[in-house]
Design a protein around this ligand. Structure first.
Ligand SMILES: Cc1cc2nc3c(=O)[nH]c(=O)nc-3n(C[C@H](O)[C@H](O)[C@H](O)COP(=O)(O)OP(=O)(O)OC[C@H]3O[C@@H](n4cnc5c(N)ncnc54)[C@H](O)[C@@H]3O)c2cc1C
Length: 449
């Protein structure tokens, strides 16, 4: 065989890195890659997850752009695996497929009241403020006091976006409706709750420091929440990031900030028990206080506390979605796999089928981690050369004909560049790098020039 025709499903960082790495890998065959995404835009959660006020991280898009702009990877946006193309199509046109479909949904939090009006998943809010084309344009921002459950970076992003002065977002890529929505919010207090202590947070030091220094917002911690056990001390001694974050939090405890009209409270040792409602709407949230058990884990104390809030956001993790005809581990929310080789029910590798990124190892870790993932997956793909599919129609024009014959309005790279240019043009008028387009039909229209 002289050529690998490879389909990659998902144009987030995992799919783009995997495509780039296989092109650069040492190999004795040619490669031709088609990269599909259900969205009319590439970059996955870098565009639709990373917060708009994180331009440094959004800057990773430049590196991803450079990969796709080289011209040796074909982009097919607005093409959904499972509806627009099926596994049988892939087998007909390619030697193998890598699924890099990431995660977009919230993990569940099973406590009473979680379905009340005013209780939201962080992912839905993120999709709104990041202008994902498949989510509603309006978001109910009418709560003065808000609870955010979770102690990871997504919880901090959500809390920061909720409490930040909206005018401080005017330099970002948020569209007008997001700015107007945030501006209408009467919020005064956002409370972030973690089940464990300051030495067990899953934040990263930069995100934490940023959240504690938001313009016009007083950050507050409770001195009673500063408890450490042997497990905590071990974490502080062995993990530089934890050491830095504990110090950051202790500095805040020792040096309370000046009072402001908006406040961000960080609470520790609170395990959520119930969201309480009045007339079907969130009116409070109840927690059991926890304490350390010596190992850095926590146990309940039996003490119950309640906070009046009118909205609750759960930021307890993302969760992958099952894909048509691909074995799924519904407990972990990932494709069943071993080091990126997709496995059938009996644990045997399904020839030709691979996965990488968040859908492979679960929704944890930063963009950079998806590169290590991709290296592992593509090294197996190359090793497995003998078991690749033998496609009937490997010709590069054949998939284009298949999609066109079905009326799939796919967007190629040059058409995406038109959308990109339009976003930049919209931004230019206001001295911003870009303003995002958010309507799929409009994006398709712009793509056609
Ligand atoms: C709210 C939030 C904030 C974050 N902030 C940061 C940060 O500041 N810094 C950092 O380093 N990391 C951050 N991350 C983590 C980072 O976004 C992930 O590590 C990374 O995006 C995972 O890459 P991925 O390619 O596996 O998945 P994704 O980025 O989710 O990409 C998956 C792609 O697959 C597409 N897709 C899904 N299903 C289909 C289908 N059926 N057919 C076709 N296409 C499909 C999706 O549209 C998407 O484009 C953040 C994550 C979240 C959720």
């Amino acid at each position: 065989m002289s050529k690998l025709r490879l389909a990659v499903i998902g144009a987030g960082p995992a799919g783009i890195y995997a495509s780039d790495l296989i092109i650069k890998a040492q190999r004795d065959f040619d490669v031709s890659i088609d990269l599909f995404d259900l969205l009319p835009a590439p970059y996955g959660l870098v565009r639709y997850g990373v917060a708009p006020d994180h331009p440094r991280i959004k800057g990773i898009i430049k590196a991803l752009y450079e990969v796709l702009d080289r011209g040796d990877i074909r982009f097919f946006g607005n093409v959904q695996y499972g509806t627009d193309i099926k596994l049988s199509d892939l087998k007909k046109h390619y030697n193998a497929v890598i699924f890099a479909t990431g995660a977009i949904k919230d993990a569940d939090l099973n406590i009473p009241g979680i379905d009340l009006d005013g209780s939201y998943g962080a992912a839905d809010f993120v999709n709104w403020y990041d202008a994902h084309p498949d989510f509603p344009l309006t978001w109910p921002l009418n709560a003065k006091q808000i609870a955010v459950i979770g102690n990871g970076n997504v919880a901090l992003d959500v809390a920061r976006m909720l409490i930040k002065l909206p005018d401080d977002l005017l330099s970002t890529d948020i569209p007008e409706h997001v700015y107007e929505g945030l501006k209408s919010s009467p919020v005064t207090d956002v409370h972030v709750f973690g089940r464990r202590g300051p030495a067990q947070v899953k934040f990263s030091p930069l995100e934490l420091r940023e959240a504690l220094h938001v313009n016009g917002v007083q950050a507050i911690v409770d001195p009673a929440d500063f408890q450490f056990d042997q497990g905590s001390q071990d974490a502080i001694d062995s993990n530089n990031q934890i050491r830095v974050m504990v110090k950051t939090l202790e500095d805040l405890k020792e040096n309370p900030q000046q009072a402001q009209e908006r406040r961000l409270h960080l609470h520790f040792f609170h395990s959520p028990l119930e969201v309480i409602g009045e007339d079907g709407k969130v009116s409070a949230i109840k927690f059991e206080r926890t304490k350390l058990d010596g190992t850095g884990n926590v146990v309940g104390t039996g003490e119950v506390v309640e906070y009046p809030v009118q909205a609750v956001y759960r930021a307890v993790g993302y969760f992958g979605s099952e894909l048509d005809q691909i074995p799924f581990d519904s407990k972990a929310g990932v494709i069943s796999n071993e080091e990126g080789r997709v496995l059938d029910e009996s644990g045997k590798h399904i020839p030709g089928v691979y996965c990488t990124g968040w859908i492979k190892r679960g929704p944890v870790g930063l963009i950079g981690h998806t590169k290590a993932d991709a290296i592992e997956t593509i090294s197996h793909l190359i090793e497995d050369r003998a078991s690749w599919w033998n496609p009937e129609q490997p010709d590069e024009s054949a998939i284009v004909e298949t999609l066109s014959s079905r009326g799939v309005e796919f967007i190629d790279w040059s058409q995406w560049l038109r959308i990109d240019a339009q976003e930049r043009k919209l931004g230019e008028g206001e001295g911003r790098e870009r303003i995002k387009l958010f309507d799929r039909n409009q994006m398709l229209k712009v793509s056609k020039g």
